[in-house]
Ligand binder design. Structure first.
Ligand SMILES: CC(C)(COP(=O)(O)OP(=O)(O)OC[C@H]1O[C@@H](n2cnc3c(N)ncnc32)[C@H](O)[C@@H]1OP(=O)(O)O)[C@@H](O)C(=O)NCCC(=O)NCCS
Length: 93
């Protein structure tokens, strides 16, 4: 995660394939959100591949909204990136 002034940018999050589906990715994201807020962030952003439904669902669950596209962002496949944002506080009970 990068923190630039009051904006946090998730650069990478991954769980070993054998341990996916056990809420570890969600726990990692919640910890990053907490650390970002402690350090003064008021919003968080990230890019995700349209084909990455698992990640998109995870981010949606945490309150992220899809706000834009970066055309041909992923140079390996030429896939666009979806840009997602969340404003804090984001965790509705
Ligand atoms: C995305 C990733 C980090 C999720 O980690 P994880 O530990 O498997 O996810 P969790 O078990 O914490 O799941 C949390 C939520 O994510 C969503 N989710 C996770 N896996 C999913 C799947 N296969 N299909 C749909 N939704 C999924 C669900 O909303 C889930 O909530 P639920 O358990 O209440 O249904 C993991 O799949 C991964 O490492 N993928 C490869 C790397 C990657 O794509 N990183 C993101 C780059 S932007």
């Amino acid at each position: 995660m990068w923190l630039v002034l009051d904006e946090a940018h998730i650069t990478n999050v991954a769980v070993h394939p054998e341990y996916r589906g056990k809420s570890i990715g969600e726990a990692l994201m919640l910890e990053m959100i907490q650390q970002a807020i402690i350090r003064g962030a008021v919003r968080m952003t990230l890019e995700v591949r349209p084909s990455n439904m698992a990640a998109r669902e995870l981010y949606k669950k945490l309150g992220f909204k899809e706000k834009g596209l970066r055309k041909k962002y992923y140079t390996d496949t030429n896939e666009d990136a979806i840009i997602m944002w969340v404003e804090f506080p984001c965790l509705e009970q």
